[in-house]
Every structure is written in C-alpha cells, then in structure tokens.
Design a protein around this ligand. Structure first.
Ligand code: DGL
Length: 272
C-alpha cells in the first residue's frame, strides 16, 4: 500500500507550552507541515483529574487523526504522563504517537546519569510519578527528586517572564533542598523552556537543565526517517487552533515563529 508521506504532523498541548516543541520541530524538520492544537479552554491541565485529561487528550487526538496527521506529538507532560498509554492502545495502529517524557528520560540516562536529578512539573505530572518510575525502572540507584511547581504555568500564560514576579516564584520553588543542590534538572512541563534561562540563572548556570523541545524534535525526526514518512512536497502553511481565544497565545506564538501565524479558534467540545 502506498503511504502518503505528505500528511502533517499534529501537535497538542493545553496552551502555549507545546509551541516550544512545535518550534523545535520546525527547526529540525523545516520541510514538514504542522497542525497545532492549544486547548486554552481547559488550561491548566495540571490541576485537572486524570479522567478530564484523558477526555481532552482523546478528543484532540481524534481531531488530529481526522485532519490526516501521520504523527501525533503529545507536547504536554501532563497529558503524556496520564494519557499516553491509553492513546497508544486506542490509536497506535492508525498513527504514530510520541510523548515528551520517554525521549528526555532516555537522554538523561544516556548522557547525564548518575547525576542527582530534579524534576519539576505540574501537580498531575508529579502525582503520576512518570519520570521517577521510568528512570528508576532502568536505574534503581538513580537519585530523582520531584516537585510540583503549579504557579509556573499560569505565570507564563500571563506573560510574567524575566521579571521580579517570576524570579520570586522560581526562587520560592527551587531554593529548598533537595532541589537547591541537584546536578541536573528536568523541566517536566513544556511551558518551562520559556523560562529556562531564568532557571539556569537561579543555579548560576552550573546545573544542566533538560527540556523536552529539542530532544523530542530529534525523536520525531528519527521516527519519520526510520518509518520512511518524511515529506517529499513543499510544506503547506502550518495551522494553529486554540479552543478559546487568548491574546497572549497570539503574542507568544509571534515570538516563536517569525511570520504571522494562521490562528483559528476551534471549540471541539461545542456539540457535547
Ligand atoms: N504544558 C503542559 C505540560 O507540559 C501543561 C500545563 C498545564 O496545562 O497545566 O505539562
């Protein structure tokens, strides 16, 4: 059967965070087309129950499959930690599904272990224990310290970046032990790369800060190459959907992508 390699890559998150991954994918795969869905109506996912997160992730995955995507990237740690396994079980035969946790865990174990590692993320991600479990199942001696940092997503979505408010919040979260003295830190939320420099500065640039964007983009590229799914035609214009309009989404997407993006509001839940 002839497979159409020119189908787009679907990417989703609860808001602007997944744009860090979309931007990195754009850098390593300039010839691919992307469809992005930011579920701004239900943000923050990190505060929601696993049932609600499943429900959102499933609806968006079905939408992206309906848009003929060849790959779906769950560009959200919260949805990856809660819903990845069930999405693969339900849709893994139709589409390649990539989460943002496994590639970072692989990177840590291959390049940085046994460095003492901290993981910060939303309440739902940290509650799921996904990072700790995945790391410790392969390296039982690993020293992993996780902490939920729930104020960071609303802070970023409200545009508090590199200012006194964000500095105070970052300091409040990271200055206690054991996070104060980790040797590497996993940003277990796709919103956090937006404040990566600020976090690096908190540690006087002496801690290796891992974020999923570039690592996941390389994984997506590897998968497309291995499965012979790289696009052969000129890319179409990327499409960006949000479930509720937020002016900040437009502003920050402009910071990531040089040209004005093609942004549409789309409420997938309207008919429910
Ligand atoms: N960016 C998301 C993550 O990686 C979700 C943030 C949220 O909606 O709470 O976890």
């Amino acid at each position: 059967m002839k497979v159409d390699t020119n189908r787009p890559i679907g990417i989703f998150d609860s808001g602007v965070g997944g744009l860090t991954v979309a931007h990195a994918i754009r850098q390593v795969l300039p010839d691919e087309s992307m469809i992005y869905f930011g579920d701004t109506a239900h943000l923050p996912y990190g505060e929601k129950s696993p049932e609600a997160i499943h429900h959102y992730a499933e609806k968006i995955t079905r939408f992206l499959i309906g848009q003929n995507c060849k790959t779906v990237v769950i560009a959200c740690n919260t949805a990856s930690s809660v819903a990845y396994a069930s999405l693969v079980e339900k849709y893994g035969r139709k589409v390649q599904i990539v989460n943002v946790i496994d590639p970072v865990v692989d990177y840590y174990l291959e390049n940085l272990a046994p460095a003492k590692v901290g993981v910060i993320g939303t309440k739902a991600t940290i509650r799921s224990g996904a990072y700790e479990e995945k790391i410790k199942s392969r390296d039982p001696e690993a020293r992993v310290f996780s902490k939920a940092t729930p104020l960071l997503v609303p802070m970023i979505e409200e545009g508090f970046i590199f200012d006194d408010i964000s500095n105070a919040i970052i300091r409040a979260y990271l200055s206690e032990e054991p996070l104060r003295s980790v040797e590497s830190l996993i940003l277990g939320c796709t919103h956090y790369p937006i404040i990566k420099n600020q976090i690096s500065k908190f540690y006087d640039f002496s801690v290796e800060i891992l974020d999923s964007a570039a690592i996941v983009a390389r994984t997506v590229k590897k998968l497309l190459v291995e499965s012979d799914l790289q696009r052969s035609k000129k890319p179409e214009k990327d499409r960006f959907y949000i479930s509720d309009y937020t002016p900040y989404f437009e502003k920050i997407s402009g910071m990531f992508f040089e040209e004005k993006i093609n942004l549409k509001k789309l409420d997938l839940w309207k008919e429910e």
